[in-house]
Design a protein around this ligand. Structure first.
Ligand code: NDP
Ligand code: OXD
Length: 309
C-alpha cells in the first residue's frame, strides 16, 4: 500500500517529505517517482494532470490539498473513488481575515488614500460607518459562513446566498437562482466564495453586476472561472461598479500582460486569501487519511460528485 503526492509548482518533494513524517506507516512517493502503480491506494493532489490518476488501478481515495475540488473533477477520466477535501477552522479564519481586510479597504476608500499618498496630496476622505453598508456573501459553506460572521462582528449588515435555504444567526439568507436578484439588490460589497461547478461558472457577469446597487464592489476569492473578465472590465470602465478585488484567476499566475494588473479599479492578490501552508496541510491530511483508512467518518469533507463540491 502506498500514497502518491502531486501538488505541482515543484513542491511535491516538500509535501511528500512532510506527509511521510506524519504518516510513517504509509510509504509516500512523488508523482514522478518510480512506484508500482498497483501499490498506490491514496493520492494527495492539486491540479493533477487530466488522465493522470487513472494509471492507479487500486486507488481508494483522492485527497485535495485545498478546500476546492474543481481541479480534480475537471479530469474527464477521474477514477470513481471518494474525493476528500480540506476544511479546518484555521483555513476558515484566514479567509475571514482576508474578506474583512478587503471589505474594510473598500469601505474606507483605502485605494484612494494610497493614491493620495503617492501624489503627496492631503485630503481627509469621509466614509460611512460599517453599519450603513450591506455585504453579500455568495456561498455559505466553511469559508462563506466564517467570512459572514466576521463581517457581522465588525458591524456590517450581512446577507448570504447559497443553493439550499438555511437559517444563520445574524444573517439574512437567500437561496437558489430565484432569490439571487433580491439578494443582490442591496449589496454594496459582493463577496464570491462559491465552489466552481457547472452552475456557478461565469456567475459574476454583466447581468449580475447590473442587479447590484451602483458603486458596488466585487470581491472574488472563489475561482477565476466565476468571473467573466471582459464583463468586469466593461462594468468598471462604464462606472457600473466601484471596483473589484480579485484573488483568483482563470490563468494563475496571472499573465504579465493581463489588463487586471494595471487597472486602477482592480486590486490583485496572488491566490492568498486562505492559502494552506505545507506543514498545516500535511497535518490535516494525515488526520483525514488515517480516518479514511480506519473507516471513521469524514463529516463534511467527502465531496458529493453529483454536486461537484
Ligand atoms: P463548501 O463546499 O463548504 O461551501 C460551498 C457553498 O457554496 C455552500 O453554501 C453551497 O450551498 C454554495 N453553493 C454551491 N453551489 C451553489 C449554487 N449553484 N448556487 C448557490 N450556492 C451554491 O466550500 P468552502 O466554503 O469550503 O469553499 C468554497 C470555495 O472557496 C472553494 O470551492 C474554493 O473555490 C474557494 N476557496 C478559495 C481559497 C482562496 O485562497 N482563494 C481558499 C479556499 C477556498 P449549500 O450550502 O446550499 O450546499
Ligand atoms: C483552496 C484554495 O481551494 O486554496 O483551498 O483555493
Amino acid at each position: 500500500m502506498a500514497l502518491v503526492v502531486r501538488v505541482g509548482s515543484a513542491k511535491d518533494d516538500l509535501w511528500r517529505g512532510l506527509l511521510q513524517r506524519a504518516l510513517p506507516e504509509l510509504p509516500c512517493y512523488g508523482w514522478d517517482d518510480a512506484v508500482d502503480p498497483e501499490r498506490v491506494h491514496y493520492a494527495v493532489v492539486w491540479q493533477p494532470p487530466p488522465g493522470g490518476l487513472r494509471r492507479f488501478p487500486n486507488l481508494r481515495a483522492i485527497f485535495s490539498i485545498g478546500a476546492g475540488v474543481d481541479h480534480i473533477f475537471c479530469d474527464p477520466e477521474l477514477p470513481a473513488v471518494p474525493v476528500i477535501r480540506l476544511a479546518d477552522a484555521e483555513l476558515s479564519q484566514r479567509m475571514a481575515e482576508y474578506v474583512v481586510l478587503q471589505t474594510l479597504r473598500c469601505l474606507r476608500r483605502q485605494a484612494d488614500l494610497d493614491r493620495q499618498q503617492r501624489a503627496g496630496h492631503w485630503e481627509p476622505l469621509l466614509t460611512p460607518p460599517a453599519g450603513e453598508w450591506t455585504v453579500g456573501v455568495m456561498g455559505l459553506g466553511e469559508m462563506g459562513r466564517a467570512a459572514a460572521r466576521a463581517l457581522a462582528g465588525i458591524g456590517f449588515r450581512v446577507r448570504g446566498w447559497a443553493r439550499n435555504p438555511r437559517e444563520l444567526e445574524g444573517l439574512t439568507t437567500f437561496a437558489g437562482v430565484d432569490e439571487l436578484p433580491v439578494f443582490l439588490a442591496e449589496c454594496r460589497v459582493l463577496v464570491c466564495l462559491l465552489p466552481l461547478t457547472a452552475q456557478t461558472e461565469g456567475i459574476l457577469n454583466r447581468s449580475l453586476f447590473e442587479r447590484l446597487p451602483t458603486d458596488a464592489w466585487v470581491i472574488n476569492a472563489g475561482r477565476g472561472e466565476h468571473l467573466v473578465e471582459a464583463d468586469l472590465l466593461n462594468a468598471l470602465d462604464q462606472e457600473l461598479l466601484a471596483g473589484a478585488v480579485l484573488d483568483v484567476f482563470r490563468t494563475e499566475p496571472l499573465p504579465a500582460e493581463h489588463p487586471f494588473w494595471t487597472h486602477p479599479g482592480i486590486t490583485v492578490t496572488p491566490h492568498v486569501a486562505s492559502r494552506i501552508d505545507p506543514p498545516t496541510g500535511c497535518r490535516l491530511l494525515a488526520v483525514n487519511i488515517r480516518r479514511f483508512m480506519a473507516g471513521d467518518p469524514l463529516e463534511g469533507l467527502r465531496v458529493d460528485p453529483g454536486r461537484g463540491y
